[in-house]
Design a protein around this ligand. Structure first.
Ligand SMILES: NC(=O)c1ccc[n+]([C@@H]2O[C@H](COP(=O)([O-])OP(=O)(O)OC[C@H]3O[C@@H](n4cnc5c(N)ncnc54)[C@H](OP(=O)(O)O)[C@@H]3O)[C@@H](O)[C@H]2O)c1
Length: 323
């Protein structure tokens, strides 16, 4: 909670790179002020993800300390210079300025560098679950090409990014095959995807669903190792396969990966998918929420590789234990 007498707040952050369990600390820090083109929010919900742990380990290094929590929803409580499209008191969600601030979303207040008004009817927890899943899924499907004549296989569709990718591809009229564990298999089928399990025998199971090679493959699994099978599923053509996580194997196999795509070719998908979420036509599944001081429980579940949906911190929740 913030302390108005001392202008301080709680935040989870790191002062050196390393294993997140070793370097992350819950600390009391000054409440940051928004610079030009930034807003500050009272954080309602903050999404955590494997990407946060990668940042702790030194992905995209920069000035330290830094916070975790790239995505938040909350109430605007201060506005920086040149900001004209929101006002104090408005409910917004979007991304935190984790690169340039000593704190990020896992905090009582956060500085945001990109925000969208929360549409009427969209819950603030669901709103905070959207940005990373929607941004990543949408950008990678865009790079593969939204072609309603084509079939896309989403590998690891039980991850938040994979689940969002299935929904987005279906909404754009594509035929979708998904590999997923039991948690969301039925929900993915209900959306309209053909679903099979990942692991041994996946190539044969997909062949039983799709006659001939699959046109496009998006690998969203947080655990690597499947790219050789995914290239086989794509008829042996590594350029039809795009991975968001298995970068070393991609380099060996000639598979496409995030960092070799044209980053300038990105569009803003959040307003469209937030409105669809408000209308009940899109959702990133939420696994659990935790009070801020229970961040370690979220870390452990996330690092198990089986989060089974989005994990979010609720700084305003001083509730009993993690639920
Ligand atoms: N390149 C980028 O721009 C970018 C951006 C953000 C994140 N990422 C990366 O994308 C990956 C997914 O992130 P996320 O936040 O969506 O992850 P997540 O939601 O934490 O993923 C967890 C889920 O993955 C599934 N899973 C576990 N092991 C699997 C396996 N061997 N094969 C297939 N699925 C498996 C499980 O679902 P089941 O219940 O179905 O088993 C689990 O619940 C992470 O590696 C992350 O670092 C990349």
């Amino acid at each position: 909670m913030t302390d108005p007498m001392t202008d301080t707040m709680r935040t989870v952050r790191f002062h050196e790179y390393g294993d997140p369990a070793d370097v992350l600390r819950l600390e009391t820090t000054p409440i940051p002020d928004p610079g030009p083109g930034r807003v500050r929010v009272v954080v309602h919900a903050c999404g955590l993800a494997p990407a946060d742990w990668a940042l702790c380990r030194g992905l995209f290094p920069g000035e330290l300390p830094r916070g975790i929590g790239c995505d938040v929803s909350g109430t605007v409580d201060a506005i920086g210079e040149d900001v004209t499209d929101t006002a104090v008191g408005e409910l917004v969600f979007g991304t935190t300025d984790w690169k340039n601030c000593p704190t990020a979303g896992a905090a009582d207040r956060a500085i945001m560098d990109r925000w969208v008004r929360v549409p009427e009817g969209l819950d603030l927890v669901q709103a905070a679950a959207l940005p990373m899943a929607v941004d990543t899924a949408y950008a990678h499907l865009h790079w593969l090409g939204f072609d309603p004549e084509k079939t896309v296989l989403v590998h690891g569709a039980g991850s938040t990014i994979g689940f969002a990718a299935v929904e987005i591809a279906l909404l754009r009229g594509m035929r979708v095959i998904a590999t997923a564990g039991e948690t969301y298999a039925q929900r993915l089928r209900d959306l309209g995807a053909a679903v099979t399990s990942y692991g041994d025998g996946m190539v044969d199971r997909v062949a039983a669903i799709n006659r001939g090679p699959v046109d496009l493959v998006l690998d969203t699994a947080p655990v690597g190792g499947a790219l050789p099978d995914l290239v086989r599923i794509a008829g042996g053509d590594p350029k039809r396969v795009l991975t968001i996580a298995d970068f070393a194997a991609a380099a060996e196999l000639g598979v496409r990966d995030t960092f070799h795509e044209d980053m300038t070719q990105r569009v803003e998908p959040l307003p469209e998918f937030a409105q669809l979420a408000a209308d009940g036509r899109f959702a990133v599944p939420v696994a659990r929420t935790f009070p801020l001081d229970q961040w370690k429980a979220a870390l452990e579940i996330s690092q198990s590789g089986h989060a089974r949906g989005k994990l979010l911190l609720l700084p305003g929740d001083s509730g009993p234990a993690a639920r």
